[in-house]
Design a protein around this ligand. Structure first.
Ligand SMILES: CC(C)(COP(=O)(O)OP(=O)(O)OC[C@H]1O[C@@H](n2cnc3c(N)ncnc32)[C@H](O)[C@@H]1OP(=O)(O)O)[C@@H](O)C(=O)NCCC(=O)NCCS
Length: 180
């Protein structure tokens, strides 16, 4: 159900809506897939129980820190992945964005399509001034996506930003301002 915190966004092919328990399989096809999680800021969700914990977190949006939307097909309503903002700092009008799709949906322009209304919501409704994305520099798909959405790379490599089990993953910072 749409709420003020979480309106529904419709595009030609997609519906971005609050997550429900029925999204478990679709979500697990994304966050339980080693290829999709290759550059993620945390470890693979190894089984459905772990994905169910993520789903419960996504189902408890918090306007002041994180809100996630299921990216579902407009026709079949099946979850293909999610987009979210997190680390929202309202005082600074800043937040970070995240996104993932299950591999079978890649390279069809779907995440670009999903991000356009989502970012419009961040900038216009939430009055965000600065949206950030931290991305593993090896993640060409994500770098290309975010550049296409008007983000600019602002940093060199930020070493070992994320802990993934027993190792660390580095990142580069991208950002887009509402004035860009
Ligand atoms: C990143 C991701 C969401 C992109 O989704 P997508 O729906 O395939 O992206 P789009 O089809 O909208 O493509 C956006 C741009 O990226 C390019 N692109 C997509 N995948 C690419 C790849 N593997 N290599 C190079 N470029 C790629 C597209 O060509 C397009 O560029 P263009 O606008 O210049 O034509 C998807 O690859 C994914 O879920 N990856 C795993 C999760 C992840 O890494 N999330 C980001 C963490 S920071």
């Amino acid at each position: 159900m749409a709420t003020e915190i979480q309106p529904i966004f419709e595009t030609a092919r997609l519906r971005l809506r609050p997550c429900t328990e029925r999204d478990l399989d679709g979500l697990h096809a994304a966050v339980g897939d080693p290829e999709a999680m290759r550059y993620w800021d945390g470890p693979l969700y190894a089984d459905r129980d772990e994905t169910a914990r993520l789903l419960r977190w996504l189902m408890k949006p918090n306007l002041y820190s994180h809100v996630g939307w299921a990216v579902a097909g407009r026709e079949d309503d099946a979850c293909r992945g999610f987009v979210n903002y997190h680390h929202r700092e309202s005082r600074d009008r800043r937040l970070e964005v995240g996104y993932i799709l299950a591999p079978r949906y890649w390279r069809q322009g779907l995440m670009t399509e999903a991000m356009i209304p989502f970012l419009k919501h961040c900038f216009e409704t939430l009055k965000t001034h600065r949206a950030e994305a931290y991305i593993d520099p090896g993640n060409l798909a994500s770098c290309r996506l975010i550049e296409g959405l008007g983000f600019k790379r602002e940093s060199g490599v930020i070493r070992d930003r994320w802990r993934i089990d027993d190792s660390y993953r580095s990142a580069v910072l991208y950002a887009r301002l509402d004035t860009d």
